[in-house]
Design a protein around this ligand. Structure first.
Ligand code: WQD
Length: 345
């Protein structure tokens, strides 16, 4: 029996594949490579010494995905495939609804047809509304404020309806807070297209000199230093959370949401200072206006995942910074092949 990992070539996906293989699972990966590189999967095989089937397909191409279900005996699915850029979702909502929701519907229909009812779904803290207090629990008010977050919320609701229609479904909805960091080898990491939207890859590109300075989006929030506070968790801790959720969905039925975070918030400037301290690099920055859609403070109460999944995020901010920096310095052009890097010089 195999675990089907959709989006397995991506940042979260590749780290999750490493943990699955190291834990002895057989895996099958599908990914349309729209926001990832197959190089990450070659490195997953290198790091684990394990082999697996990879299909470069789009979930929306039903016949291609059906052939995977026909070729493999799938025990459970870890569904990570999806577009995830908040800003892009605001300007291209139909692309996000089509890709994220329609792609999920095709996947769930095929799971149902092939009797596969165990699924771990990659959701997000962006499903929480902006009015709630912190720390955020799974019972905090929901209410996405952008198309990306709404696709995640709608997919969560779709899966709850699926479970009502057939209580043999076993579903874990993992609400990620802010994943950062990289595999300690420096061989896997976050490889954003173009100028990074997210804080850590932007910091590492400033530190390496690829970008001039960090724009700090506002210092007038009600926080210790006025800058935005987030719950950053190491991507390897996040990956391990998928394995704990997988064990649960295989062993039980039902549908449950879990916050995957550390429960600890750090401000932008605290992150910059931690990064400079552990790497010895300078990160010049400039305070600018707030980014549209940002909230001031967001961090989790992760105790439900600790209680019900036996999962806790162990890695601290120093390790997150060091591993991010190692990835950046070992891979100045991300997963671009060395010959492509040379050609770009
Ligand atoms: C973190 C903090 C910014 C960049 C994102 C998306 C979504 C979700 C989680 C998947 C904020 C500040 C950032 C910069 C800055 N992922 N910042 N200068 O917005 O919390 O959430 O990641 O579901 O992708 O919602 O993360 O890293 O963009 O921002 O000052 O150049 O850093 O204002 O306070 P965010 P982020």
């Amino acid at each position: 029996m195999s675990i089907l990992v959709t989006g397995g070539a991506g940042y979260i996906g590749s780290h999750t594949c490493v943990e699955l293989l190291n834990a002895g699972y057989e895996i099958v990966v599908v990914d349309n490579l729209s926001n990832s590189s197959s190089e990450s999967l070659s490195r997953v095989k290198e790091l684990t010494g394990k082999d697996f089937e990879f299909y470069p397909i789009n979930l929306l191409h039903r016949q291609d995905l059906e052939s995977v279900f026909k070729r493999h005996s799938i025990e459970a699915v870890i569904h990570l495939a999806g577009l995830k850029a908040v800003g892009e979702s605001v300007s291209l909502p139909l692309r996000y609804y089509h890709n994220n929701i329609s792609g999920s519907i095709v996947l769930y229909e095929l799971m149902q047809e092939h009797g596969v009812k165990n699924i771990v779904f990659s959701s997000s803290a962006t499903v929480y509304g902006t009015s709630g207090s912190v720390p955020i629990t799974e019972d905090s008010p929901l209410g996405a404020t952008n198309a990306y977050g709404r696709t995640k919320l709608m997919i969560e609701e779709m899966m709850r309806d699926l479970h009502v229609s057939d209580p043999t479904w076993s579903i874990a909805l993992l609400r990620y807070f802010n994943p950062i960091g990289a595999h300690s080898s420096g061989r896997l990491g976050e490889d954003p297209n173009g100028i990074p939207n997210n804080l850590m890859p932007y910091i590492t590109q400033v530190a390496v000199g690829a970008l001039k300075e960090l724009q700090v989006y506002g210092n007038d929030y009600a926080t210790s230093d006025g800058t935005g506070v987030r719950d950053y968790l190491h991507v390897v801790d996040l990956a391990r959370g998928h394995l704990k959720a997988l064990e649960k969905v295989i062993a039980t039925t039902g549908v449950e949401a879990y916050n995957l975070g550390t429960g600890q918030g750090y401000s932008v400037l605290e992150m910059v200072k931690a990064f400079e301290r552990v790497t010895g690099r300078n990160v010049p920055y400039k305070i600018t206006s707030r980014r549209t859609g940002d909230i001031g403070v967001c961090y989790s109460d992760p105790t439900k995942a600790e209680r019900e999944l036996g999962w806790i995020a162990y890695k601290g901010i120093d390790e997150m910074c060091l591993d991010s920096w190692r990835w950046q310095t070992y891979n100045p052009q991300g997963y671009l092949a060395a010959n492509e890097v040379a050609a770009n010089l």
